[in-house]
Design a binder for this molecule. Structure first.
Ligand code: VGL
Ligand code: ZN
Length: 197
């Protein structure tokens, strides 16, 4: 059984949004066109409370895109984004939501971020997605969406580590590219056995 996992195609990651990914909205049409090819379609939604600890605004004196050391490791400090219930947190209006079996929200605890759809940024606290997929007999995953070098990347690495067959479709994802993070993500995914096409 196969699933298409659509990562964080939300207004704040699209042009005009609070954490806009260059050409982020370009993923919408190819993703919609792929949905019918899979046994299951799963959407993820970055879903932060106001005052989330990943926001630079919570760290006086720290610039956006700087890093801080949290108890769980290094954390990039982002502009305020994807705040629960806001327009920025809503899915891009062009994304077809109807085929989705599951909408998984993540990053909803103030004290910890969650890039991956499988684990929070401590790499230990599960989101429940692995259990959902396993109990449904889904072993083959295709990942698309935003952003290539953060939430798609960490989700793909975790999925490969958990034993799924993982493909990332380049034409249906776009990256932020912070300090060469797009190239680094591609290399790390390839090394982890993720298929890039
Ligand atoms: C993401 C940064 C912060 C993503 C989410 O969806 O890639 N990036 N929150
Ligand atoms: Zn976020």
């Amino acid at each position: 059984m196969s699933a298409l996992i659509v990562i964080d195609v939300q207004n704040d990651f699209c042009p005009g949004g609070a954490l806009a990914v260059p050409e982020g909205d370009a993923v919408v049409a190819p993703i919609n066109a792929m949905m019918s090819e899979f046994d299951s379609v799963i959407l993820t939604q970055d879903w932060h409370p106001a005052g989330h600890s990943s926001f630079a605004s919570e760290h006086p004196g720290k610039a956006q895109m700087a890093t801080v050391e949290m108890r769980y490791g290094t954390q990039v400090l982002w502009p305020d984004h994807c705040i629960q219930g806001t327009h920025g947190a809503a899915f891009h209006p062009g994304l077809n939501l109807d085929p989705a079996d599951l909408i998984l929200r993540k990053g909803y605890r103030r004290s910890i971020d969650s890039y991956s759809a499988f684990f929070e940024n401590d790499h230990a606290t599960p989101t429940g997605l692995d259990g959902y997929l396993r109990t449904r007999g889904i072993g083959t995953l295709t990942l698309v969406g935003l952003a290539y070098d953060f939430c798609v990347f960490y989700s793909a690495l975790d999925a490969a580590r958990l034993g799924y067959a993982v493909t990332v479709v380049g034409g249906a994802t776009r990256g932020i590219d912070l300090d060469g993070s797009v190239g680094a993500a591609g290399n790390a995914m390839q090394a982890a056995g993720v298929m890039l096409r």
